[in-house]
Design a protein around this ligand. Structure first.
Ligand code: 2RA
Length: 351
């Protein structure tokens, strides 16, 4: 029969998109089980046209599962992904717990699908949403020109911090809506928003916050280090130079990245466009004269990364500047996880 699937973290922001995807993608699964914390157990969720009851994550609810997808906090994955494997499943994990583990492949099916089979721990990791959005566009350019360095600035949506991030932004916006003084010298946004900052270190409404993740050495954020380390691992370029600044913006869904990419060979903007036009999971939206740019309001709910603003750097014929936007809950999370799981399903079904 077809392999069985568990979606762990089924009621979160990513889990919800996963259920939508499972309803619309080619059906390669037998039984689907939705698992979550005790708090969400008992909830009814539509998935693949069936109403499923969310069960509590436990050893018995993982029993008999062939593939277990995890979208839960790092510490939950660290504990439960190996348990799922011990119970006989292949785990596809979207937390940061295993991404940099040498014995866990970090897979983007458009770039390194062959790595799926290289899983001595039975775990396959899914990259961070910011990395995924960008890397789908960078992979084909690397193949064409040979990547040497990335200088990145992100514009990350609040849903990257989960449903609580979305609720926080909407609450703040409704609290301050219509106050036309706010944001000027005499209208203090901090005061108007009040103390409820949700998962963010500062108000998100009418603001940009140059911070995502947690503090690491020398002032870098975890999110910035993920961009660096994961890009290196996925592209197989351990010495790639990467400098990133990660910024949270008042967008609900859709992470964007401004990219300055330096290559080993001379580039042209048209050559880059050509490489991207034919690339899987990429949409080229690059006609500034017609007002066409990649933007989160258009990319939300879609599968590909949207790429535009492609220019050759004025001071370096080997460098490109470009802008990428993608749905952080789809390709950035649920979709890439589903694609990896489907590769495993094909392998299990062929056995
Ligand atoms: C964020 N990358 O956008 C994180 C979510 N995994 O906050």
């Amino acid at each position: 029969g077809l392999p069985s699937l568990a979606v762990v973290g089924a009621t979160g922001a990513v889990g919800t998109v996963m259920c939508e995807l499972l309803s619309s993608r080619k059906n390669v699964w037998g039984e689907i089980r939705l698992l979550a914390s005790a708090r969400s157990a008992g909830r009814k969720v539509y998935c693949r046209g069936e109403e499923l009851t969310v069960q509590e994550l436990s050893s018995s609810s993982l029993e008999g599962v062939d593939v277990a997808m995890f979208d839960v906090p790092d510490e939950v994955s660290a504990e439960w992904a190996p348990r799922a494997v011990a119970l006989g499943a292949v785990a596809v994990d979207n937390s940061a717990a295993f991404r940099m583990d040498r014995d866990v492949p970090l897979v983007v099916p458009e770039i390194n699908p062959e790595q799926v089979r290289n899983r001595p721990k039975g775990i396959i990791a899914n990259a961070n949403c910011t990395t995924l959005t960008m890397i789908v566009a960078i992979g084909p350019l690397h193949r064409e020109y040979g990547l040497r360095e990335l200088v990145l600035s992100s514009y990350q949506a609040v849903s990257g911090a989960g449903q609580v991030g979305v609720d926080t932004l909407h609450d703040q916006l409704s609290k301050i809506a219509g106050d036309r003084v706010l944001g000027s010298r005499s209208g203090n946004v901090r005061q108007a928003v009040g103390d409820d900052l949700g998962p963010f270190p500062a108000p998100m409404a009418l603001n940009v916050v140059p911070w995502a993740g947690s503090l690491r050495d020398a002032g870098w954020s975890s999110e910035e280090l993920k961009l660096r380390n994961e890009s290196r691992k996925i592209l197989g370029l351990p010495d790639l130079k990467v400098s990133a600044t990660c910024v949270r913006v008042p967008v609900v869904t859709g992470h964007s990245v401004a990219v300055h990419a330096v290559f080993g060979a001379e580039v042209t903007a048209e050559g880059a466009r050509e490489a991207l036009r034919n690339a899987p999971s990429v949409i080229l939206v690059d006609d500034p004269a017609a007002g066409e740019f990649p933007m989160p309001i258009d990319a939300v709910g879609t599968d590909p990364s949207w790429v535009g603003r492609i220019r050759r750097a004025m001071d370096d014929p080997r460098a490109l500047d470009l802008f990428v936007t993608g749905d952080n809950l789809r390709k950035g999370a649920a979709l890439n996880t589903a694609q990896i799981a489907e590769l495993v399903a094909a392998e299990l079904t062929a056995k």
